[in-house]
Every structure is written in C-alpha cells, then in structure tokens.
Design a protein around this ligand. Structure first.
Ligand SMILES: N[C@@H](CCC(=O)N[C@@H](CSC=O)C(=O)NCC(=O)O)C(=O)O
Length: 283
C-alpha cells in the first residue's frame, strides 16, 4: 500500500493510496478518511462509498461533503475507484457508461473484459481484507453506500453479504439494471450476452431471489433526476415490499442526479450508518 497524498481534514486525515490489486490484476487507487480515533490507534467503524459513472476515488470525498459528518460520528470512509484503469481493452475509453469509470461493481465473465473488470471481487473481498490489515478499521462494523451505479453496487453488496455490510444506503441507485439501457450494454459486453449474470447483482432480482440486508435500507431519490426513468426506484420499492425487506425510500421533489443532491442528504445517510454501526442513540 503506497500513500500518494495525505491531508489533515476535520481533525482526521484524508489519504489517497495505491496498491497492486490481485482481483483487478492492475494497480488501483482509493481514498480513505481516518477519523481522529483511528489516528490514535483505536479500531473504528467504516463506511464504503461507491461512486457512479465517470467518477474516480476522489469524487465522493471531494463533492459529497461526507467527511465532516463521518468525523462527527467517528466513522472511517473508503472510496474505491469505479473501474480498473489501463486494462488495454479496445473500446474501454469510448463511452462514459462502459469501460473506464464504469466497472458497474460486477465481475465480467466475457473476454476481453473478464481479465481485469472484476470490481465485485475487488470491492467485496480484496479491498476490505487489505485495508483491515493495514489500518485500524473494524471489519465487524462495516457499512456501504453509493450513488447511481455505486448505489446499485451498495444495494447488491448489502443484499448479498449482510454479515459483512451491516448498514446499507444509496443515492439515486440504478435499481433494476437488467432492464435498462445501461445494464443491457453491460450484458452485451462484460457478460457476453448472458443476461442471467444479473441475478448476482441486480437489486430487484436479488430481492426476488430472497436476499435481504441486515437492517433497513435507506434510499434518497430526486424527482428532477434526469435519469429517473432508468433508475426505477418504484421497482425497488415494489420488490422490497413483496420481499418483506425494510426500505425507506425518500423522494425529494426538487432535486436532480448531481452531487448537489448527494450533498443535501449526506448528513442523514451518514447518521443512518452511524446508528447502525455504533452505539449512538437511535441505533
Ligand atoms: N453527463 C455525464 C454522465 C455521467 C454522470 O452523470 N455521472 C454521474 C453518475 S451517473 C451513474 O452512475 C456522476 O456522479 N458524475 C460525476 C459528477 O461529478 O457529477 C457525463 O457524460 O459525464
């Protein structure tokens, strides 16, 4: 693990790191906020924040205004990159919604993508192990959140592995990727046309298959979101209702898809994780 940057922030530290990922078969970068207690060597709860299409390990930390709330509640934040970089796949830099910056938090099954596009294994397995060995992060108190493509990832990780991800939330997640153009493009490329792969990652399909999170899922969605028709929050609500999965879906009339929206509701999403991961009131 090599440190690229370190900045004092909200009595803790924001660090940018790189290491050679075995899952991705490439070096990868990530952001890490360590609150004051972690700098003093105490094990702290941690929330992974997964960003959306076109983002990097920096985007969420810079734009979501999450650090001050994480610091307030003594939470660490981890912000992975959104795809492998430099995989040398033809076409990986041609569109914003495929390839670089668009890993979709899945493991590709079709070549040439399958060699490096393995964000599911990287974020879900490799990264927590590497970080928990290197920093005072409590592997028993992990939460996961995300925006858009990252919201989809957060829901999928939370549903598939509730023992690891004790708290789950999302901003404007892609709720039914198998049914919408973004996901169909993934099917044609990363999955080589095998639509059935979505059964591992599509939040609505996972709910239908019986997967559940440990506690209530919190989702914020803007109603002026330019991507609303392909995010399908109504389908998530219906799938959760039918599955008996507790879900609080908060619809916000005036908000779009941007980080201005994320920033507006980040305090209560961080509180949701703090309550679930610490002994704070209401937890
Ligand atoms: N018009 C954009 C489209 C990409 C975009 O809106 N990306 C969103 C996430 S969308 C789903 O995952 C985002 O978070 N962008 C970064 C930002 O700083 O807002 C384009 O063509 O780039």
């Amino acid at each position: 693990m090599k440190e690229l940057e370190r900045h004092e922030c909200c009595e803790g530290e924001v660090r940018f790191l790189t290491f050679p990922s075995q899952a991705l078969g490439l070096p990868t970068k990530l952001g890490l906020f360590l609150p004051k207690a972690a700098l003093e060597g105490k094990k702290v709860p941690v929330v992974y924040a997964l960003a959306g299409l076109t983002c990097t390990q920096e985007t969420f930390l810079i734009k979501a205004n999450a650090v001050r709330y994480a610091a307030e509640h003594g939470l660490a934040l981890v912000t992975p990159d959104t795809s492998p970089r430099g995989a040398q796949v033809a076409a990986e830099d041609e569109a914003y919604d495929l390839g670089t910056g668009a890993g979709f938090y899945v493991d590709a099954t079709a070549q040439p993508w399958a060699a490096h596009y393995r964000m599911w294994s990287y974020v879900g397995q490799e990264l927590p192990g590497v970080l928990e060995a290197a920093f005072p992060l409590d592997g028993e108190r992990c939460g996961i959140m995300g925006h858009s493509m990252g919201g989809m990832g957060a829901l999928a990780f939370g549903l598939r592995n509730p023992r690891k991800w004790k708290t789950v939330s999302a901003f404007a997640p892609i709720c039914a990727p198998a049914r919408v153009p973004w996901g169909q493009k993934v099917t044609e490329t990363y999955f080589g046309g095998d639509e059935a792969q979505w059964r591992h990652y599509d939040p609505c399909l996972l709910l239908t298959e019986g997967y559940r999170t440990a506690g209530k899922i919190l989702v914020d969605q803007g109603l002026k979101d330019e991507f609303l028709p392909i995010l399908c929050p109504d389908l998530l609500e219906q799938a959760a209702r039918e599955a008996g999965q507790p879900l609080e879906l908060r619809r916000h009339k005036l908000y779009d898809h941007s980080y201005w929206f994320v920033q507006s509701f980040i305090a209560s999403q961080i509180l949701h994780h703090a309550r679930g991961l610490t002994s704070q009131p209401g937890g």
